[in-house]
Design a protein around this ligand. Structure first.
Ligand code: SAM
Length: 207
């Protein structure tokens, strides 16, 4: 199937299912394979506009006392039961803003960040890797022990090095390319399970 056709097919399916974007299918595939949301009821979603991952997270949270917090530079139309912070993930007090909403550490931190693409391949990939690193830095400050972290990361020459960094903090780290992600896109997802806690190794300078 051509890239354009695949894109259109997922777009139509998303519209039909009531999702705000086809990105929903990526998280649904991740969930089906890795089950990261199965027991979660405190979830943070970084870079979450227009909100389809928030919709999926809300569907999967069948407990009544769940807390879901989305963060994005852009406005996100309200979703019942979901709090939204309209801010950059680069804001220095973001972790405390999120914790104010969550009240307790998160079970899962998701990140689907993409910078505004400039068309300059190397620059765009470097910027995206920086966002993935920042998301890791935020996640380790928000997660409870044994929590999970999922991040988009573009494949660059530093991809393996980033996986090694994530492995310092999580017991298991797998890379995954959902079928709903376009083949020509450099995006991959890292599924990091079982946060080890921040006892010794956290050093924001190395991220
Ligand atoms: C691929 S979209 C996310 C789609 C989302 N997962 C969904 O399911 O609807 C990437 C998002 O990253 C956001 N973004 C890019 N840079 C950001 C930053 N510095 N802080 C917060 N959000 C950012 C963009 O505004 C965009 O909404």
């Amino acid at each position: 199937m051509s890239t354009w056709k695949k894109n259109e097919t997922f777009r139509k399916q998303a519209r039909k299912a009531g999702y705000r974007s086809r990105a929903a299918f990526k998280l649904l595939e991740i969930e089906q394979k890795f089950g990261i949301l199965r027991k979660a009821n405190r979830i943070v979603d970084l870079c979450s506009a227009p909100g389809s991952w928030l919709q999926v997270a809300q569907e999967k949270c069948n407990q009544s006392d769940y807390k879901i917090v989305g963060v994005d530079l852009n406005y996100i139309r309200p979703i019942e039961g979901v709090s939204v912070i309209q801010a950059s993930i680069e804001e220095s007090d973001l972790v405390s803003q999120i914790l104010e909403q969550l009240t307790l550490p998160a079970h899962v931190v998701l990140s689907d960040c993409s910078p505004k693409l400039s068309g300059k391949k190397v620059l765009d990939r470097e910027r995206q890797l920086w966002q993935a690193k920042l998301s890791l830095q935020i996640a380790v400050q928000l997660l409870e022990k044994r929590g999970h972290f999922v991040t988009k990361v573009f494949q660059t020459s530093e991809f393996q090095e980033f996986i090694t960094q994530v492995k310092d903090y999580f017991k298991s780290v797998k890379s995954f390319k959902p079928k709903s992600s376009l083949k020509r896109s450099p995006e991959m997802y890292l599924i990091a399970k079982e946060f080890k806690g921040l006892s010794h190794q956290f050093n924001p300078d190395v991220l």
